[in-house]
Design a protein around this ligand. Structure first.
Ligand code: AMP
Length: 112
């Protein structure tokens, strides 16, 4: 179990911006841009490497919800970035899949 399960279970506080049956979105505690939201499935999947065909609908759902959250946050038109860090080289620190929704400023590329 990770800290994100504790957020899901309301055991630790978070600034929740969206919730439905399958996922939860809340503000990153250490934002890297004016808008930085984390979108997580309620199902605990540690990394993208653990995704399999049984997760097809769930993962698709996240990709439908993410732009809705961007719209809700007011960053859809100007643009934003969706990021899913996986394992050490990408700097994944929480072993529960999370989509970073980052925007509100011009973002650099490539990532550092
Ligand atoms: P990653 O490095 O891709 O695993 O991203 C993990 C993210 O979770 C980081 O951006 C952290 O700032 C964020 N984070 C860690 N703990 C919390 C928390 N309790 N509430 C909100 N965001 C968190």
């Amino acid at each position: 179990m990770t800290i994100f399960t504790k957020i899901l279970n309301r055991e630790i506080p978070a600034k929740i911006v969206y919730e439905d049956e399958h996922c939860l979105a809340f503000r990153d505690v250490n934002p890297q841009a004016p808008t930085h939201v984390l979108l997580i499935p309620k199902l605990e999947i540690p990394t993208m490497n653990d995704v399999n065909d049984s997760h097809r609908d769930l993962m698709g759902h996240l990709m439908v919800v993410a732009p809705r959250i961007a719209e809700q946050e007011g960053i859809a038109r100007d643009g934003y970035r969706l990021v899913v860090n996986t394992n050490a080289n990408a700097g994944q620190t929480v072993a529960h899949i999370h989509i970073h929704i980052i925007g509100g400023r011009a973002l650099g590329w490539p990532p550092g």
